[in-house]
Design a binder for this molecule. Structure first.
Ligand SMILES: Cc1cc2nc3c(=O)[nH]c(=O)nc-3n(C[C@H](O)[C@H](O)[C@H](O)COP(=O)(O)OP(=O)(O)OC[C@H]3O[C@@H](n4cnc5c(N)ncnc54)[C@H](O)[C@@H]3O)c2cc1C
Length: 462
């Protein structure tokens, strides 16, 4: 794509939004040069802050007119480089589109603009005794638009599913500048192809999501949160496999290895056992009697797998402390070394124990520091490399270890990303996972919706 004549493009954008919502100064746009992914950064030509769907459409048409790529951005917490700009692009930052438009308790739905912060949706639902389950660790800052674009998961994914399971409808601005609405409040709808789902997880490459209609569920009546500690990481992995095999689907089964436990404890002081090789944070919710039975069964399974301690949170405050400790894992690990590379491999749950062992062995083999945590109940692990991007030799070893972890993941039937998306970080591995035919089919879809490669070009595909 040819470099856009910047002055006239920004003039045109300012004509639609007003000059105060168009940033061009290098020191201003530098703040939008990166997301939560290390190493990747690039200043955009400008950053704009539309407040309505019509303004988004006008920005897209202006960018198209001047041949400038468009990168949509929520809060920039993405971990695969999805909202990292490319040279000469317009960054469309949607955080100003933050209105909750409607809560409909009769249909159990909520309609929001794309820039609404994830946690605010659950809080708004809570006022009606309802509940929005998807809870990425970043929920205090991530936007629902970013969640939809990445199909984000969270700590409750095992029982409640991921963002896709709650999206009933969405509005999107296409590369042409046209606006489409896909979906409705109906529980069932098979009219035509399911285009709504095509946009979920499309990482800003097919359209810009401006409005979302979400499903809510009743708040669970009871919950029990437990902490099980182990002397081996494999025993924690086996506990997860055994719980699933026992046909118990808890709401949360989160894993932290020793490196992560120590960093989190140092950061959050919640009383985690720092000598344990691994811990599981387990939560069951629902009818009080079922919760009591499931909690007892999970504690027994953990003990049978050699847990040295299974502690039950005495009250909501302690339960929330444990869960927030898990949510702070990334931030806690990031304090150790200058560069934090968080991976997202996901394997069938029967392969978990082998996979955590493999990651630990890869760290030892390549003399690297890796803290591993993750949504273990989903088979989703986040091996987190603690490195220094200024050390070329160390970064080379990170690449080698990462390649081995990806190969092993795919060999056991896993995926290169369970929730963070492909973006820039995972695109070298996508063809390897999908095979040539599926990969080319994906590119055909992109070409059909965005033939001029205007929306987030260079992401997902090589
Ligand atoms: C501490 C921490 C914990 C995290 N925990 C989790 C977790 O538990 N589970 C999980 O899944 N992820 C997690 N993440 C990753 C990240 O928070 C999610 O991917 C989140 O959905 C990104 O939202 P965002 O608003 O920051 O989007 P951004 O990072 O701004 O954008 C992410 C991608 O979505 C696209 N995009 C953003 N908004 C729109 C829109 N309106 N329309 C179209 N495309 C759009 C962007 O172009 C980009 O490709 C975590 C990140 C951090 C930093």
């Amino acid at each position: 794509m040819a470099d856009a004549p910047l002055t006239s493009l920004t003039d045109e954008l300012a004509r639609h939004l007003g000059a105060d919502r168009v940033l061009t100064a290098p020191e201003d746009v530098a703040v939008y040069a990166y997301d939560g992914t290390p190493v990747l950064r690039q200043n955009p030509a400008c950053v704009v802050f539309p407040k309505t769907t019509q303004e988004v459409a006008a920005c897209v048409r202006a960018a198209r007119q001047f041949g400038a790529p468009v990168v949509t951005r929520g809060s920039g917490t993405g971990l695969s480089g999805g909202s990292v700009p490319m040279a000469g692009c317009v960054v469309l930052c949607l955080t100003g589109m933050d209105r909750i438009l409607e809560i409909d308790p009769r249909n159990l739905t909520i309609e929001v603009e794309a820039g609404v912060i994830t946690q605010k949706i659950d809080e708004a639902a809570g006022l009606h005794g309802l509940f929005y389950p998807p809870d990425p660790g970043s929920r205090k800052i991530s936007t629902i638009g970013g969640n939809v674009a990445e199909n984000s998961g969270g700590l409750r994914g095992l029982k409640y599913g991921v963002t896709r399971d709650y999206v009933l409808g969405l509005e999107a601005v296409l590369a042409s500048g046209e606006v489409v609405w896909l979906g409705n409040k109906c529980v069932k709808d098979v009219a035509g192809y399911n285009l709504r789902d095509l946009f979920i997880g499309s990482e800003g490459t097919l359209g810009i999501v401006t409005r979302v209609l979400l499903k809510l569920v009743p708040q669970p009546a009871a919950r029990k949160t437990m902490l099980a500690s182990y002397t081996s990481i494999e025993a924690a992995g086996d506990t997860v496999s055994d719980i699933i095999a026992a046909k118990i689907i808890p709401c949360t089964l989160e894993f932290l290895d020793q490196q992560t436990i120590r960093c989190v404890e140092d950061f959050a002081h919640v009383g985690l056992p720092t000598e344990a090789a691994a811990v599981l944070i387990m939560e069951t919710d629902g009818h009080p009697q079922v919760v009591a039975e499931e909690a007892a069964a999970m504690a027994a399974i953990a003990a049978a797998r050699g847990a040295i301690e299974v502690r039950t949170a005495a009250n909501d405050e302690e339960a929330n402390r444990l869960l927030s400790a898990r949510r702070s894992a990334f931030a806690a690990l990031a304090r150790v070394r200058p560069t934090t590379i968080l991976e997202d491999v996901t394997v069938p749950r029967s392969e978990l124990a082998g996979m955590v062992g493999f990651i630990a062995a890869a760290a030892a083999r390549h003399d690297l520091l890796i803290g591993t945590f993750g949504h273990m109940g989903d088979g989703n692990l986040h091996p987190t490399f603690l490195a220094d991007e200024r050390d070329a030799d160390e970064m080379h070893r990170v690449e080698l270890a990462l390649g081995e972890i990806v190969d092993r993941t795919l060999a056991v039937g896993g995926t290169i990303t369970g929730e963070h998306g492909v973006g820039l970080a995972k695109k070298p591995y996508l063809r390897q996972q999908l095979g040539d035919n599926s990969y080319e089919l994906l590119k055909l879809v992109k070409h059909a919706l965005d033939p001029e490669r205007l929306l987030n070009p260079g992401k997902i595909f090589e």
